[in-house]
Ligand binder design. Sequence first.
Ligand code: MLT
Length: 408
Amino acid sequence: MIRVNENYKKLKSSYLFADIAGKVATFQKENPETDIIRLGIGDVTRALPSACVRAFHAGVDEMADDKSFRGYGPEQGYDFLREAIAQKDFQARGAEVSADEIFVSDGAKCDTGNFQELFAEDVIVAIPDPVYPVYLDTNIMAGRTGEFNDGRYDGIVYMECTRENNFLPSFPDGPCDLIYLCFPNNPTGTTITKAELAKWVGYARENKALILFDAAYEAFIRDDSLPRSIYEIEGAREVAVEFRSFSKTAGFTGTRCAYTVVPKECMIFDKDGEKISLHGLWNRRHSTKFNGVSYPVQRAAEAVYSEEGAIQTRALVSYYLKNADLIRNTMDTMGFDFVGGDNSPYIWVDGNGRDSWEFFDMLLTKTGVVCTPGAGFGKCGRNYIRISAFNSRENVEAAMERIKGALG
Ligand code: MLT
């Protein structure tokens, strides 16, 4: 008899963004005249930078000629891309990361979701609340949680992020082994200072824990005092893995390219306390289950680091940051309390006691604007909504006018 992985039965019936897409599709069917504006899932709307498009085309042309054609590439990514990443994203900023510590992949969602496979089933996992749902759902699938009770899963250490602690995860009050951090944060849009991040590195070192640091929104940081990488913090190489993505940086959500850094010094432990190289383990997993990102896509990603590509990707991110400004100004004018949107594409809006799903429904039905209900990210989000800055200027302006008209 073929039996189910019982852990899947603990999951909510569908993935948050699939759930929202379903609700929006039903609403659109019933209200075909409504022009819906999507500020829900953080999906980019603008074309790829022209430097990337040119490199992408050139990569395809190479595949069209027997002499330059390529079959399977290295699972970890081509050297040309790994070298560019190591140099421009890390070494140029004073963070020690070498090309062979970089694993190119098809997405930070997959990498942050898959990485937990390397750890024992009974490691204690600390997850911020609110949180990008992938971290939690994949640990539920792996059997690291008990049942869902009163908005939370038994067995998970929840690190609350509230107005009271400036939305910085609270330190776990008991032991924990695996810590998920995300800055600039999804969903709250908040950032972390070097001093605060250094406390987490210190905590991980003291407790022989590991930090999974999701920096997918790093390109949105415009305050130069803020860390862009956890490896800017001394001692992080032994206790942290970092995830990055070209999705939001260069408009690659549909093109698919990301990477994960696993430093050679990073160790985990077997049941006898013997050290094991995390880099070696991830390499084993990655080369067993993944066959690499396509060659033209890696050429397109490499172009992000060219002089022209760097200017274009910065302009692309600035465009969305301007949208975020517009959203912030509107929320401010309307008297809503909010955080995020200055070094991040997400604005986390306090609904003034409103239930987040009711707020979502109200915005959708009254204005045709889609946001993300905070409850979908955890219990601490139940009175918040997340508004994404990823859309055209015209649509963001129209959405803000509609919201002002309906609620102002
Ligand atoms: C989000 O809206 O949180 C993101 O777009 C989801 C993702 O990157 O997978």
